[in-house]
Design a binder for this molecule. Structure first.
Ligand SMILES: Nc1ncnc2c1ncn2[C@@H]1O[C@H](COP(=O)(O)OP(=O)(O)O)[C@@H](O)[C@H]1O
Ligand SMILES: [Mg+2]
Length: 261
């Protein structure tokens, strides 16, 4: 089964870390993985080991004005009131513009996606949304979306194409509250599969507390990643890293996702 997994949660909980760990594990096991950086504060390429020399030249798709114009028929900013295609060609964009991360993961940086409710009806959103809903899907493909905190900026068609929404939760009430809001939003948009990952957990008491808070809200916690100072140093140094505990957590997560399908 093709698979599109979105990673959400409060800022700083570890969305990018989880997206990168999951993407590299799927890829190591032979899947074709497209990791989509849908957070304007882009950090997924670094987490997936894209070298600095390449990272500094990455242009987010939302800023590729010529490509947007070529595909939609209108140039961002100059298109007010003009006609543009709502169904632009997107199937070759990943091959053309993604950069290579560890384990052959393809990393696609989207940049800022304007919320549909913000009055933005513009060619760049048409291109990004079409890309996200149509991302090449076959049995060997996994698409992982690293997102901003909420789901508001994603259009309904994008959200509908998500198979599993992961909400990352860290020990802290605010992160649980954000997770609860995101899960409610996801369900109202029709995503049936919402799973929580507990991250930065220091001891059993924290795990128990988080599990019970989430359970009260009907959110299933499927994996636990311990607090790991090595992840912080790797992030500081802009390189990818993993640990046996993190790999184990990703394996449990994948097993649970397989059961859902
Ligand atoms: N399990 C963990 N243990 C320790 N630090 C972590 C862990 N997971 C993530 N971090 C650190 O927390 C910070 C935020 O992580 P990041 O993945 O960028 O979060 P987000 O994408 O949700 O904003 C980074 O410095 C990262 O290295
Ligand atoms: Mg992030």
């Amino acid at each position: 089964m093709p698979l599109k997994i979105a990673v959400s949660g409060k800022g700083g909980v570890g969305k990018t870390t989880v997206a990168a760990l999951l993407a590299s594990q799927y890829a190591r096991d032979g899947m074709n993985v497209v990791a989509v950086d849908a957070d304007p504060a882009s950090s997924l390429p670094a987490a997936l080991g894209v070298p600095r020399e390449i990272r500094k030249d990455i242009v987010p798709l939302s800023e590729m004005l010529d490509v947007i114009e070529e595909r939609t028929g209108a140039r961002p900013g100059e298109s007010y009131g003009s006609m543009f295609s709502l169904n632009p060609k997107v199937d070759d964009l990943v091959d053309k513009y993604a950069v290579q991360g560890i384990e052959n993961v393809k990393v696609m940086v989207l940049g800022t996606i304007k919320a549909p409710g913000s009055g933005c009806f513009c060619p760049e959103s048409a291109l990004l949304k079409n890309l996200m809903s149509h991302l090449v899907l076959d049995d060997e493909h996994v698409v992982i979306l690293d997102m901003e905190a909420g789901l508001e900026h994603l259009g309904r068609s994008t959200v509908r194409s998500v198979d599993v929404l992961l909400v990352v939760v860290e020990p802290g009430r605010r992160s649980v509250e954000t997770a609860v809001k995101i899960a409610a939003m996801a369900r109202s948009l029709g995503i049936g599969n919402v799973l929580a990952i507990l991250n930065k957990v220091s001891d059993n008491a924290q795990e128990k507390e988080l599990r019970s808070m989430l359970e009260e809200e009907g959110i299933e916690a499927v994996a636990v990643i311990p607090h790991d100072p090595e992840l912080v140093s790797a992030d500081l140094a802009g390189r990818p890293t993993s640990s046996s505990a993190a790999e184990e957590a990703m394996t449990s997560l994948r097993t649970r996702i397989e059961q859902l399908q």
